[in-house]
Design a protein around this ligand. Structure first.
Ligand SMILES: *Cc1c(COP(=O)(O)O)cnc(C)c1O
Length: 362
């Protein structure tokens, strides 16, 4: 059988080493004779797993001491509501930078709880998509918070360097599809959040990294399981967390450390993305219409010039063990999501397939 490579945008590929270790200890964790899934989240065994998981994450991302790490429920979409509920007042103006589907969805949720100033930074020139220069973003002078999404998973567009926001602004960012792909200066942010199913582990937990002074400021009466203050007090275990997802994410963090940390991972990710963009740019069949400085490293989107060939491409790719290359239904076309767990071999195999496919479909 062909080796399978999974290019799904999420839930996505996990490191095979992690899956194998989990399999090995699935029925008998650490010689206990039972599965980690059957252990109370209140037991010392599990509390220690969470402690170690947080410790490894802090090391990987170099998270400063004045930031709390929370493992929440409800996915990134849950945080679209949790952020405004925990941070904003009803009459407060908050700037939402709109770069694609996910930042727009975050703004739509926030509109229920505050005054949202949407700042659209997408620029379509002919068939070419780019992001407006930061100087042309019309930020609201009296807005305390800015929300943005550095990697738009569906469009494959990214803002790679942290925008030069005015100093007194509190920056909130949806890192769902790009967290842990490269080193990150956490101290520039108020809150970073990410659903687990793309670059952390299996679906089921949502990571929130929050500056301490932003916890407990809400004047609203809010749902306890979304309340950062309550979650902090209970070390993310106010109610039962998704224990298996937490345990597996912890294994992914260990794996990342073993790979040499985020600097190494970032280099490998860049190399993988370059391989794909190079073949697209040198082809007469494939196109990517995003300004090169805004191209995502994690989600490489492309189109076939003859759209009739899309289905054939996907079917033949599948036969070769290259799975889930169909683009999101919002954007069409094709998409290769190449998160941390996608090995270089997988991308190389896709590139070879693309070259052959072009050769045979001139
Ligand atoms: C996938 C994704 C989401 C949605 O995540 P859920 O965990 O399904 O709520 C939000 N934002 C971005 C950038 C994403 O990639």
């Amino acid at each position: 059988m062909n080796k399978i490579y999974n290019f799904s945008a999420g839930p996505s590929m996990l490191p095979v080493e992690v899956l194998k270790s989990a399999q090995k200890e699935l029925c008998n964790w650490n010689g206990m004779g039972i599965s980690i899934m059957e252990i109370s989240h209140k037991s010392n065994i599990f509390i220690n797993i969470v402690k170690e998981t947080e410790h490894n994450l802090r090391t990987l991302l170099n998270i400063p001491k004045n930031y709390k790490v929370l493992f929440c429920h409800g996915g990134a979409r849950g945080q679209f509501a949790a952020l405004p509920l925990n941070l904003f007042q009803n009459n407060e103006i908050v700037d939402y930078i709109i770069s694609g589907y996910w930042s727009e969805s975050a703004a739509q949720e926030a509109i229920k709880y505050c005054i949202v100033n949407k700042i659209n930074i997408r620029q379509q020139k002919l068939n070419y998509l780019s992001m407006k220069d930061m100087d042309h973003w019309s930020l609201t002078p009296n807005a305390k918070y800015i929300h943005y999404c550095p990697n738009e998973t569906i469009d494959g567009i990214a803002i790679h360097t942290l925008p030069n926001f005015p100093n007194n602004k509190i920056v909130l960012a949806d890192y769902s599809s790009v967290i842990l792909s490269a080193p990150l200066d956490i101290s520039k942010f108020g809150v970073i959040y990410a659903g687990s199913q793309k670059n952390i582990g299996p679906a089921g937990i949502t990571l929130v990294i929050i500056r301490e002074d932003l916890i407990g400021i809400t004047k609203r009466s809010i749902l306890s399981i979304l309340n950062y203050s309550i979650l902090t007090k209970h070390n993310s275990m106010y109610n039962t967390p998704s224990t298996f997802a937490l345990y597996l994410s912890g294994m992914v963090f260990k794996w990342l450390k073993k790979q040499g940390g985020l600097q190494k991972i970032a280099k490998r990710n860049q190399k993988k993305a370059n391989l794909l963009y190079n073949i697209i740019d040198n082809s007469k069949l494939y196109i990517n219409q995003i300004n090169p400085i805004n191209r995502s490293i994690m989600n490489v989107t492309f189109q076939i010039i003859k759209p009739k060939l899309n289905i054939k491409f996907i079917k033949l790719a599948e036969k070769q063990g290259l799975f889930f290359l169909q683009g999101h239904k919002e954007s069409g076309g094709l998409r290769a999501s190449i998160y941390n767990a996608m090995p270089l071999d997988g991308v190389q195999k896709l590139v070879n397939f693309m070259i052959n496919f072009e050769e045979n479909n001139k």
